[in-house]
Design a protein around this ligand. Structure first.
Ligand code: TYD
Length: 201
């Protein structure tokens, strides 16, 4: 099963993924955790270039997609072939939200590049960590250049995620983050994963 986690800045994706991974390990369930951009040495190198430098929007898009192609072929696909569960922090929906909505690049082009980079393999489930953008930004301790773009940018990113949720409602699960602990959220995710795998049998 291929599971991705999406959200605006400071929504708590990485803490949730860590907690979830601990629970899966305790239950003896084979899985990997990974992230985009990143997840292989080349893709982590591209991540550093993207996050450390200002650049044109199109350059940014191609770098995210290059990192994705590498990550998908070298990390995600081999794990899925070994029947491991893959938990991935951000994926194709982030590109629609950030480069499509916030940077205003063509959505059809992004969709095509996403499909090429992922061999058209969509995630089985995508969790949206829903938190007011103001709260998320306030949580950011070491802001990256996307967090520094400010509130209006984050609100547009959020609209981008809501667009994808509307477009593919069966794949998405919305997690209301407010007042919930990572432990509670991880249990919600596990329950949804069980339902999804039962539905497939
Ligand atoms: P990161 O520090 O991991 O942010 P976060 O913890 O919020 O996930 O940096 C990744 C940044 O890259 C994040 O601001 C979102 C952005 N991003 C895109 O703009 N497009 C993409 O396709 C992906 C995967 C990420």
């Amino acid at each position: 099963m291929f599971i991705t986690f999406e959200g605006t800045e400071g929504s708590g994706k990485s803490t949730l993924i860590r907690t979830l991974s601990e629970k899966l390990t305790l239950a003896g369930i084979d899985h990997i955790t990974t992230r985009e951009p990143g997840g292989t040495s080349v893709a982590e190198g591209i991540r550093k270039v993207i996050l450390d430098h200002e650049m044109g929007s199109l350059t940014e898009l191609f770098l995210y997609e290059a990192a994705r192609a590498e990550h998908f072929e070298k990390t995600v696909l081999p794990a899925l072939k070994k029947k491991q569960i893959v938990l991935c922090d951000r994926f194709t929906d982030s590109t629609i939200a950030y480069q499509g909505f916030a940077r205003k690049l063509n959505l059809k082009l992004i969709d095509q590049l996403n499909k090429i980079a992922t061999h058209s393999r969509a995630p089985d489930l995508t969790f949206f960590l829903d938190i007011p953008v103001e709260q998320g930004l306030a949580r950011a301790t070491n802001p990256n250049r996307f967090e520094n773009e400010g509130l209006a940018f984050q609100k547009t990113v959020r609209r981008g995620f809501l667009y994808s949720i509307k477009k593919h409602p069966r794949r998405w699960r919305v997690l209301k983050v407010a007042k919930k602990t990572p432990d509670q959220l991880a249990d919600e995710v596990l329950a949804q994963m069980r339902l999804r795998s039962k539905g497939r049998k």
